[in-house]
Every structure is written in structure tokens, then in C-alpha cells.
Design a protein around this ligand. Sequence first.
Ligand SMILES: [Zn+2]
Length: 476
Amino acid sequence: MLRMSKQVKHLLSQFKPEHYILSLHPDKKTMTFKGAVTITGQKVGRPSNRLTFHQKDLKVTSAVVKRTGKQPKEFKVDRLNTHAAYDEVRLHTTDTLYPGQYEIVLEFKGKITDLMNGLYPSRFQLDGKDEIILGTQFESHHAREVFPCIDEPAAKATFDLSLVSPKDEVVIANTPIKSQKADGKLLFTTFETTPVMSSYLLAFVIGKMKHKEAKTKHGVTVRAYATPDKIAQVDFALDVAIKTLDFYDEYFAISYPLEKCDMVALPDFASGAMENWGCVTYREHCMLVDEKNTSLPTKQYVAMVVAHELAHQWFGNLVTMRWWTDLWLNEGFASWIEYLAVDHLFPEWNMWTQFIVDEQQTAMKLDALENTHPIEAPINHPDEIRTIFDNISYHKGASVIHMLHEYLGPTAFRDGLRYYLEKHQYGNTDTVDLWAALEEISHKPVKDFMHNWTTLSGFPLLRVDVTNKHVELHQE
Ligand SMILES: [Zn+2]
């Protein structure tokens, strides 16, 4: 397998962000955007004359570094270097920066490109006219293409987002709108502060869209957005989302952590869907169902994708992997629990029978090949996710979670999971933290049991020979 040699340094080791005030003004005519960000947080580690943030293809036009707290001071930034190979912008100060509380204000410009990462356009037609929706895709490391930040999953912070957009368009982000005012042809929107979260889960959408809405038992407003011509096709996904959120509220024993949950069907989308916290984005065919012309497998697929993304609102968003190496657990878990949720909603679909074919046997087929790999594979630079993270990670990941669920029993597994989410909420974990929580609740050796399944490739083969009244078992 090709391993990229791109180096990675964890920028969290020199600056811990706590809060971002981010304002962005995208312009569809010029396909550019300008923005400003105020980052507050702690400089940690050794004293130095440098602070480094992630950025990619941005032009940082101004930088101010201030120490806050007891002895406030503004530092002169005498050099502002961007390092493309590292996706970094380095702010060099004349005076030494000692560990402490700082505020950094950066102004920047960027381009809106068609790569379906960062901030990108989705194109559609409305009344015979070409229209563009602007949407974001920040997982795994594309927030840095839209604003300078510490773009690592462990660098959790709160975000205050403000957007400038055309007056006649809808704006959606992770949290509800706090204030909005129109001025001329423009709309100025500020969103409520987000919970503490990773940068890859931040999202917003601007465009001519319509929505339908409903409420969960716990009073969470769920809105399903689509382009105006397709708004009639959101009903099924909206209904599944409401019921799934009710199911997870009970199963995880933690209420859905945000006030609202939007789901947005985008005409152009790189993957199937993205679990942005409170602002889940979907490829249209993963969310929209035309009731009259849709087959049962298509409806099942939509239900599974919705259940998958909503599971991440807890497992992934509320509790997040410390680094991308543990992405397999995030995805393996969501790929397993989507069956549990959809089976609960539609028992007549026999989802667990499909699990054997679609997950387990698919995983075994791939895992029997010579070029297979363990599901726990170290990821150095997030660029490597694309080469390392494949169907083995998803299907075998889901299959070993399923096996663990059967081994511990549904109650111990669920209670261990509740304990894990409660203990680590708004934080980051490694895979072993989940095993430790399940072990504590179930009193079974989960860590030892799972170790070989996640760190070795392939799977044991069990042979059963029956001769006369003897049954012989061999494991290879
Ligand atoms: Zn997922």
C-alpha cells in the first residue's frame, strides 16, 4: 500500500484553542470568500516566538497576537509565513510568547473550488435558471481550507459563526440562528454558540432551499431541507430521523445534545452523508424518497444512512476519537448501530439477516485476500485516511462490534456504552477507552478479547469434523 510521506505535527501541542469567533462572507459571483477569525486559547509547551495554525490555500492578510489575562500585551507579528507542505500559517513575533492565555485575530481570503471539500458549490436548476448552493465538507481536515484553526479532532472548542449571504437565501449551520438582519441585498446572520466540538464537525449551507419540520418527543426540532423542486421527497427521511432520535435518546440515555437537528440534501456531494453536529448533509439519493417511484431497498438504504449519521451525533460528535487512527471505531460503530435502530423502526425488514450478507460476509471476503489489513491501522497524516480507510474498516469494524454485542449481551453492551458516553462526553477517546468502559460494566475481558480482532488481519477458521459420535473442532 502506498504510504504518503507528508509529515504531520500535532499543532495542539503548542496551542489549545478554546473559542472561535468566525465570520465569513462568500461571494458566488467571484467564487471567493473573505473572513476573519478571533481564536482564544492557551499557548502551551515551551516559550517561543511563533504560533502555528492550520490553513490550506488561504491568504492570511493580517494577524494580531494578544496576551490576555493579568498582564495583557499586544505582540508585534513581524513575519507571517505559510507552509504549503504542512498546511500551516506561522506567526512569528518579535517578543517571546510564554505559555498563557492568548487571543489571535486573523483576516484571510480564499477560493471556492469544485473539489467538494472545504466550502464548495452544489449546482441545480430552479425555474430554468442555474442556481448554486454553497455548502461545507470539513471531515477529515478541510476546515483549514475555510479558516485558520487547529484542525485536529482533539482540538475541541466552541464556535460563534457569522455569515454574510444573499438576502433571498436560506442559511443553516450547526446551531440555531441567534440574530439576523438584512441590509440592502445582503443578510447578516449570527448563530448560537456551538457546544465544545471538533473543527471537522462545523458546517454551514447557504442557498435557495425549502424545508419541512417536525419535533421529537424531547422537543428537538428536526428540519429536512432540499432544493424547492424536491421538497416533496423529504417526508420519509424526516419521519425516520424523528423516530431514530427518539430511539437513541432512550438507548444512549443521553438526550440529543443540541436544540435542533437539520438534515440537508445537497445536489453535489462527495460521499453518502456527513454527520456535522446538528447540520447533517446528504447526497440527494441518500435522503430523498419519491414515495411513488421508490423500491424497498432504496427506502431501506435511506433509513440506514439517516440512522448512521444520527448515531454519530452521540458516538463521534459528543465523544470523538483523539486521532484519525481510531476512525475505524467511529465508523464501525455507526455502521453497526444503524442496523439496531432500523430494525427497531422496521422489524418487518429483518435487517440483521441483511447484516450477515452486507457487512459480515463482505468483510470476510475482503479479509481473506492477501492484501487485507488490520482494522486498527496507524494514520499519520489525515491525507492517508483515503488510502487506509476502506470497506474492511467499515464492514469488519461493524462485524467485530456485532460480535462484541453478542458476547457481552445486549444489556451489558448498552449499559457499558451509556457509561462510556456519559464519562467522555464533550471529550476525546482512544479505542481502548471504550473497551475499558465495557469491561467495567460487563466484568468480561473486553480488551483482551478485542485486541487480536482489531490489530491482526484475517480471521480464524473453525473446522468441524463429525466422525461417528465424535465432533472435532479445529481452529486455524
Ligand atoms: Zn459514519
